[in-house]
Design a protein around this ligand. Sequence first.
Ligand code: 5GP
Ligand code: MG
Length: 172
Amino acid sequence: MKLVEPPLISTPAIEQRLKLLAQEITDYYRDKPLTVLGLLNGSIFFLVDLVRLLPLETQLECWRVQSYVGQQSSGTLQGLESCQAELRGRSVLLIDDILDTGLTLHSVQTRARELGASEVDICVLLRKNRVRQIEVETRWVGFDIADEFVVGYGLDFNGHYRGLRAIHLMGE
Ligand code: 5GP
Ligand code: MG
């Protein structure tokens, strides 16, 4: 497998989209007690770049969960039992790199609600156009993409390519 050039989504396109998302998110959470909850490792660059564009007082939490092995969803989510945070009465903005089967975001959203969050809304950088195992409502989406495997800007292939500044398809 190798990287496909040119990138599917360029660095300037990502930067531009983040500015718009940040404006919409800022308008929504003005005057609310906001906790941004990022899922590691995939959302790391998106999370940092986005939060720094928010002129809001925020609390920041990161949870580490894993569902993918290689290019396939394993079907189960690992690590959820050790995810903790003081979320009682907080408005939670859940951030992830990509919505695929829906398993990850559904499970994490449920966990955040169990911990007492007053609302849990989802912002993903990418949303794959496919039938999901579990329907998940996303309030903010960076880009809609086809059902293909992508890497870069936090997204990895077995630990590689996360540091790329643009988002690429993988090809033969
Ligand atoms: P879901 O639980 O929705 O199936 O998958 C969500 C997680 O799977 C994402 O947070 C991401 O880590 C991983 N994932 C899903 N699709 C892709 C993809 O196209 N590329 C990469 N690198 N990871 C993906
Ligand atoms: Mg992920």
